[in-house]
Structures are given as C-alpha cells and as structure tokens.
Design a protein around this ligand. Structure first.
Ligand SMILES: Cc1ncc(COP(=O)(O)O)c(C=O)c1O
Length: 375
C-alpha cells in the first residue's frame, strides 16, 4: 500500500508524557555492558545552512555495542529484565548472574525480525551462553540471515510477512521448554517485554541530550524512522516529558507506512506492505502499546520512496556518515518536508534538528538500477 504527503498534528506540540518507571535503570545497565560508550553525534553544517536552520546533527548508531544498529539497546534491556523477573534477580544484578540463571533455567531466546532486532537478540543469547531461534519473513535476504547465524542463532524463514513471523516465533516459543520470546512489538497478551525494549532505546536519547549540552544546545526536533514504532515511542516519550517540548517527525517507507496510515485514519489497523530497501521498517502493524503514545505525541509524519532514501544514503556517505537505508530515511524525510512546510513549522532559524541514523552501511539493491531495469 503506497502512501504520500505529510501528516501534521498541531495538538502534539503541547501534549506531555510522564515516564511510569525509572528509565535511568536502563542507562545504568547499558553502562555496565562490555564495550559500552555513547555513539557519536555528528554535525551536518552544510545541510543546516542549506535548510536555513541553526544546526543539524546525526546520531550515528552504525556501531552500537559492536553491532551495526541501535537495536541492541532494547534487546539487551528487554532480555535482562525478562531473565531477572523469571529468576528473581535484582535489577542491578551482573550479566554473569543473569547468564548463570538463564543457563540453569534452560532458557532459549526467540524473536521475529527484519534483521537488526533478531541479530541483537542472537547476540544477547551469545553473551548469556544460551540458544537463540530467530524467525524471518519471505522478504529476508541471505546476507542478513548469515549475519544472524554468525551470532550462533538458528534462523527460520517463513513463507509469510513480518507479522506472520512474529506469530510463528510466539507459537514456537510457547512449545519449547524454557522458550522466552524477546519481541520488539507488543500484541494481545504480550506487552511487558516490548515495554522494556522501548525503555532500553531511551539511552540513546539521553546521550543526545548530554552531547548537545556540550555544544550549549538543546534539540528542537528529532526525526525518527518507524517500523513497528517502538523506537518512535521512546522518542516521543523523551521529547514530550521532563519539561521538554521537542517536535517529533516520523518517517516510513511509502510501501510500509503503517503509522502514517493509522495517523491519517485516526485509527489503529494493520496494512499490507511490500519490499523496501528500508528492511527494518517493513512492518504492517504499529505496536499496540506504542500506538496511543504515537497518536498523541507525533507532530508530523512523512513517507519516503526507496529512491529518495538511496539519495540520502549517498548524501551521508559524502559527509563520511556510513548510514544504511533505515538511518538515511531520516535525512530523506527532512529533505522532503522542507519545501512543503518550511519555514512555518519546525524548520526555523533557531531549529536544532537531530536525525537518528539507526543503522550502518549495508548492501541493498540500488533503487536506481531497479527503476532502470523496469523501463
Ligand atoms: C535500523 C532500523 N531502524 C529503524 C527501525 C524501526 O524501529 P521500530 O521497529 O522500533 O519502529 C528498525 C527496526 O527494526 C531498524 O532495524
């Protein structure tokens, strides 16, 4: 299903959010992980000048805890919390304690994925010394499968789409003794672990805050890619809480714009999706625990084509930012939004814009080549 144009919610500007849990626990956990350090916040001065805004930064998640995407922040915290809860461990327990408890309980981690989440869960299983079983849709490419297998996980490709892969992962986790589903989207009866995964993503936003403070700046707009909306949920929660009124612009592939479609219809529903180079964003259903937050707190939502995204990958490469398509989608979104609503909404000369570059470079079929081949 293709979607286009920009969606705006003027009421989101004054909407506020209150965290229900102490998310600093997630930050403390991440800082205890081996190899933890804040990812870079890189200025894009040329682009800021071109847009006529004060500053544009990219939060570069191309190398996060040794993986080429941000997802390990959520997968690690979600897995740790689930194991801690199952085994009665305190939230300041060490990884070694969690690992021992998971091994003794015969835990196997299960997940469905378009790539990055599954690899992050597989890596957590490796760190904890337990098995992982990962389920993927028919859109999956061999290279991604190999990367997940390289973490020691068993990968199964199912004939259906991402939503079908989630259903299969859930069913298989129920059948296996010690099966534990670590899924980054909620569904009826499965809400707690996705909520912890959302909490885990908040670490990158608090890093952004600290990094901007070093420049004497505060963000006025954060641009985030959307798949099932868990990252977007974390972004909205951060942007609309603690006295912050930061604008949120979301971006999705034209062929998998579930949030954009739902926002316009003011109603949660599932849509059909088709292949896109923005694999991690190829999702047809917004996570139901995230939908109410996104509905109230997203200021603007836009969709981009594979070709627009590909051009932004090239733009970032020219500035030494090694972004994959899901990350570059945020640059494509601002480029597309700018001529439509500049300078009235958000893109003013005081604007400090942060683009979340959620994954590093990876190979994908060039949309320019695909277009050429089709004509
Ligand atoms: C690289 C990348 N960016 C963005 C997203 C979207 O995140 P979410 O599914 O939480 O909306 C994903 C999801 O897998 C991803 O892998």
């Amino acid at each position: 299903m293709a979607a286009s144009a920009i969606y705006t919610n003027p009421e989101a500007k004054s909407w506020t959010y209150t965290y229900e849990t102490d998310i600093s626990l997630a930050q403390a956990f991440h800082s205890r992980l081996p190899g933890y350090k804040a990812t870079p916040l890189v200025p894009l001065d040329d682009f800021a000048q071109e847009l006529g805004v004060k500053a544009v930064f990219v939060k570069d998640e191309s190398s996060r805890l040794g993986l080429p995407a941000f997802k390990i922040l959520g997968a690690s915290w979600g897995t740790f919390r689930a194991i801690a809860q199952q085994n009665g461990l305190p939230l300041d327990a060490s990884l070694e304690e969690a690992s021992k408890a998971a091994q003794e309980a015969g835990t196997t981690l299960f997940a469905a994925t378009e790539g990055n989440h599954g690899r992050a869960v597989a890596r957590m299983a490796k760190i904890l010394g337990v098995q992982a079983r990962i389920f993927m849709s028919r859109f999956s490419d061999q290279e991604t499968v190999h990367k997940i297998e390289s973490e020691g996980a068993q990968v199964t490709i199912i004939p259906g789409n991402y939503d079908n892969a989630v259903a299969t992962a859930f069913a298989e986790s129920r059948k296996a003794s010690g099966g534990l589903l670590i899924q980054d989207n909620a569904f009826d009866g499965y809400e707690q672990i996705p909520a912890w995964i959302v909490e885990g993503y908040s670490t990158l936003l608090f890093e952004v805050e600290q990094q901007l403070e070093e420049h004497g700046l505060q963000a006025t707009m954060i641009v985030t890619p959307i798949g099932v909306g868990s990252l977007g949920h974390a972004v909205v929660a951060y942007c609309k809480s603690g006295g912050r009124h930061i604008e949120v612009l979301t971006v999705e592939p034209e062929t998998a714009a579930c949030l954009h479609h739902n926002l316009k219809a003011a109603e949660w529903s599932t849509i059909e999706t088709s292949a896109t180079i923005m694999n991690g964003m190829n999702c047809g259903t917004v996570s139901p625990i995230s939908w109410p937050v996104l509905y109230k707190g997203v200021d603007r939502s836009i969709t981009v084509s594979d070709l627009e995204c590909h051009h932004s990958v090239q733009h970032l490469q020219a500035h030494n930012v090694n972004a994959g398509p899901c990350g570059a989608a945020t640059l494509a979104a601002v480029k597309k939004a700018a001529p439509i609503d500049m300078p009235t909404q958000g893109l003013t000369d005081n604007a400090v814009i942060v683009l979340l570059i959620t994954e590093g470079t990876r190979s994908y079929p060039s949309p320019a080549t695909v277009l050429f081949a089709n004509h």
